[in-house]
Design a protein around this ligand. Structure first.
Ligand code: SAM
Length: 222
């Protein structure tokens, strides 16, 4: 994870993450069971605030806590929030909240189960987007490099241990680039790493102008 080195280029390149953030905010808005009581909200892995902005365009929580692994406060200056808690979402104890939200961050954790154990100690409601098995298949097929993306079924089974009601929707987003190198540059600028460490001929032989994102949206309550 090299987000701290890439935060300055992230916003201009994060087209998919922006689309995902907008879809998640809309999905939460349409779920009337969660919509009623969102006074205290915690967002995990807020980064430069792409999803934070989307969320704030639809909701006005009384108390809004933002979190990230890195100290990203300088990117959040124009956003209306109350508190920033820096720390690893798998182990940081969070205060009680009406809902925990997160977009495009949970695929980075080492143990999704540990994450859900930690989150469910603080809230009865959870809404998030996550990239799943098959994400960036072009990168995996050529470089044999991938995060440990989970299947929707694995995610569902882990969530089921803590939440009774679980709604899920899936989306495949394909983006096209002018050249394969442009596709790789796009990934580097959004903090997706690994392939840069391979040799130059492997990079040159990458021949896909497409990147495919597999994303799922979950809304859970007790
Ligand atoms: C792809 S960015 C998404 C940022 C933002 N939520 C958005 O929608 O654009 C993932 C963010 O999750 C954060 N992150 C990844 N693993 C984390 C962890 N274990 N604890 C806290 N933050 C984490 C990264 O630092 C990064 O800011």
């Amino acid at each position: 994870m090299t987000f701290d080195k890439n935060f300055t280029t992230y916003d201009n390149n994060a087209v998919v993450q922006k689309k995902v953030a907008a879809t998640l905010a809309e999905y939460i808005k349409t779920d009337s069971s969660l919509f009623k009581d969102l006074n205290k909200v915690i967002e995990l892995g807020c980064g430069t605030g792409i999803f934070t902005k989307e969320f704030l365009s639809k909701f006005t929580p009384n108390y809004f806590i933002l979190n990230d692994f890195f100290d990203v406060k300088e990117y959040l200056k124009n956003l209306n929030y109350n508190e920033f808690i820096q720390g690893d979402i798998e182990i940081t104890p969070f205060p009680k909240a009406d809902i925990i939200i997160s977009s495009s961050a949970f695929q980075w954790v080492n143990s999704f189960e540990k994450l859900i154990d930690n989150i469910s100690a603080s809230t009865n409601n959870l809404a998030f987007s996550i990239y799943t098995k098959g994400n960036l298949k072009e990168i995996y097929e050529h470089f044999n490099i991938s995060l440990n993306y989970l299947e929707n079924e694995d995610i569902y089974q882990i969530l089921r241990k803590k939440f009774k009601n679980i709604a899920l929707k899936k989306e495949t987003i394909t983006i096209e680039f002018n050249t394969p190198l442009e596709a790789l540059r796009h990934l580097k600028n959004t903090g997706v790493t690994g392939f840069q460490k391979t040799n130059i001929s492997k990079i040159r032989s990458f021949n896909s102008c497409y990147l495919t994102y597999e994303v799922s949206y979950f809304i859970c309550s007790i």
